[in-house]
Design a protein around this ligand. Sequence first.
Ligand code: GLU
Length: 452
Amino acid sequence: MAVSDHVDLATFIEGVKRRNPGQPEFAQAVQEVAEDIFDFIRDKEQYHKYQILRRIAEPDRVISFRVCWEDDKGNIRVQRGWRVQNNNAIGPYKGGIRFHPSVTESVLKFLAFEQTFKNALTGLPMGGGKGGANFNPKGKSDNEVMRFCQSFMNELYRHIGADVDVPAGDIGVGAREIGYMFGQYKRLTNEFTGVLTGKGLEYGGSLIRTEATGYGATYFMQNMLATQKDEIKGKKAVISGSGNVATHAAEKVTQLGGKVLTLSDSEGFIYDPDGIDQTKINWVKDLKNKRRGRISEYVKEFTGAEFHVGKTPWSVPCELALPCATQNELTGDDARTLVGNGCIAVSEGANMPTTLEGVHVFKDAQILFAPGKAANAGGVSVSGLEMSQNSARISWKEEELQRLLVDIMAGIHASCVEYGGRPGSKVTDYVRGANIAGFKKVADAMLAFGVV
Ligand code: GLU
């Protein structure tokens, strides 16, 4: 047996930090997974011998490139773009593209790492990847966004393909950006293939892809509550974010009889004591997608509501919380406040919205806590179904897709329950369950391939 086979958790994390200097988000994501996996593989020699966790935590490749574009005033602008191809043991690399000023290599490496486990949990044949750029689409004209997307694709196109790597949307990348990128890919390659998901319905997109992440996170919440013979109906929900994930989570919570009290963006949160019903949700969707406005405008339209500038919504008393904005938006203190105020269930619509300290608070309190890699997998699941439809050159009906989404989320929940048992507790440790179930599938495929 090699000397390095049985390092302890602390030494392993130390090594991850040393090999990835200045990449705190990546180290955080690896640590959250390693805490559970080290325990799981303690008596499983093969995983040690073949250094499986160490290999999953080293991306297959990180592609970094310059993206030049011209703004409306004729200035030449230079941004950095990336594609992180983390692992393709169980299928082509798959994961979104994020355009946001906070994007760094560390952020994309954490997202690609998380995506590897998330995609494995869906049961569909997809590996893990992620990409993006430190480009801020806010305040840019349509033409500027188009020029940026085209320039981004001028490099990305040579690294992706329907059987190689299939990007999609994420923060700052929605239907408009996917359209521009798909158009440029098609122009460069002269090929019409399912190389991107989240496409418009007219050119190969799938029904319910837009709704899938938010709906899926709510189904996961529903599944968790059902284990305690409880339900969403009649409960107050606090949701952060106001984009695609947040608005569709709000929609599904409302449909299931819950009352949504908050939404937010980077400037603050709105609290509506009357509840954010479907009419108000439709207004927010329109504000965000068509007018590209800010959530603070809500209180001018709906006068019973308050806007809390510069704050996150976690101090609002609720039974259910759905963080649907971005990474590390819910701290240890926020988690303590939520638990103190009687919150019984948290379903992460965003990727890693809870800090490591916050995760430990929820785990220790033994409330129902679903990590993003399980709870927000509905989006990439319907992306996987979009890939199948593209390959078969057919489009499935909405009812069929809605049913598949419900089934896939129930399947992920069942996998978490299978591996997330806690001795002496009837509350599943969903973090542990998701980490182990996702890891096991990828790890077993990697073992089959030998050392490659
Ligand atoms: N960006 C989404 C996620 O974090 C979706 C990725 C996809 O559809 O490929 O899972």
